[in-house]
Design a protein around this ligand. Structure first.
Ligand SMILES: [Zn+2]
Length: 293
């Protein structure tokens, strides 16, 4: 199954839903970052929700999610846009932890539960939108649900999962977001809660071959109306030009010492791990540009 996200509505528009399969995206994250299973699961869950949140935006708008829970994975950063392009990294993708008490990858242990989940949306306005909530579970699905209810005033159910195979590759990844809009009855909410407790988790369903559409149909009362199906993929926006700006921001002294001590500079993009080489001559032109300012 190629990665995609389907949008849907139900209950005459009182539920807005998204179903996602992101196996290839998360496998690419794993490979690019040489991530351990628990780091793959944490980054993959965050990137899956990020992909959906990107598609909630319009046009050229984009968003960044920052998860900083104080755990050994450090911070997780996800960038996504309305075209289904996603990139992510974790400061320590090599974190390794024993399985948790229920025999699952210990995502909460890696992320930590003492910190914040921040969302920054660049909507082309002067000041970007910023929302922030405390991390309450560290498993991330619940944390994003908390974010939607607290920061965006939209009660939501978020289910997200990554299943890592025995050979450490990503077997399946995906998730769903159900947003309860005004007018949803208590009965509908109880139905969803009951289904959530009965239906197997996202990764079990996906590995049995269920589609995101079927996952949504399992959870939502009444007929589900499916709207667009959007492809999602890993895509980095780095370039020589962008990394020039990073180098310029380091300042003249730092660039001069790169020339004196290192003979050129190799800069690695945090998101995709692509390496960019800058010669001494190139660094000198950057110093000239700093001086011109
Ligand atoms: Zn990159």
């Amino acid at each position: 199954m190629n990665d995609y996200i389907v949008r849907a509505t139900a209950l005459e528009g009182r539920i807005r839903a998204f179903g996602a399969v992101t196996t290839q995206l998360v496998e690419e994250l794993r490979q690019r970052h040489q991530a351990t299973p628990v780091a793959t699961a944490a980054m993959g869950r965050a990137a899956t929700v990020g992909a959906v949140m990107g598609l909630m935006l319009k046009g050229d708008n984009r968003l960044t999610i920052q998860i900083k829970g104080g755990g050994p994975i450090g911070q997780i950063i996800v960038d996504a846009n309305a075209r289904g392009e996603v990139r992510a990294y974790a400061s320590n993708p090599h974190v390794d932890l024993p399985l948790n008490l229920i025999g699952k990858l210990d995502v909460a242990g890696a992320v930590g539960t003492n910190g914040f989940l921040n969302v920054i949306k660049d909507m082309g306005l002067k000041n970007p939108y910023q929302g922030s909530v405390e991390i309450i579970s560290g498993e991330l699905g619940e944390d994003f649900a908390y974010y939607f209810s607290q920061s965006e005033q939209t009660p939501s159910v978020v289910g997200v999962g990554v299943l890592v195979d025995r050979d450490y590759t990503v077997k399946v990844a995906g998730g769903f977001i159900l947003q309860l809009l005004p007018g949803v009855s208590g009965e509908d909410v109880s139905y969803i809660e009951e289904q959530l407790s009965k239906v197997p988790g996202v990764t079990s369903l996906l590995s049995e071959g269920a589609t995101p559409e079927q996952i949504l149909e399992n959870l939502i009362p009444g007929p589900v109306k499916f709207l667009e199906r959007e492809p999602v993929r890993f895509q980095c926006t780095c370039s020589h030009e962008r990394l020039e700006k990073v180098l310029i921001s380091l300042g003249e002294g730092e660039l001069q010492s790169m020339i004196d001590e290192d003979q050129g500079a190799e800069v690695e993009c945090s998101f995709c791990k692509e390496k960019y080489y800058f010669s001494d001559e190139h660094l000198m032109t950057l110093i000239d540009r700093i001086k011109e300012k």
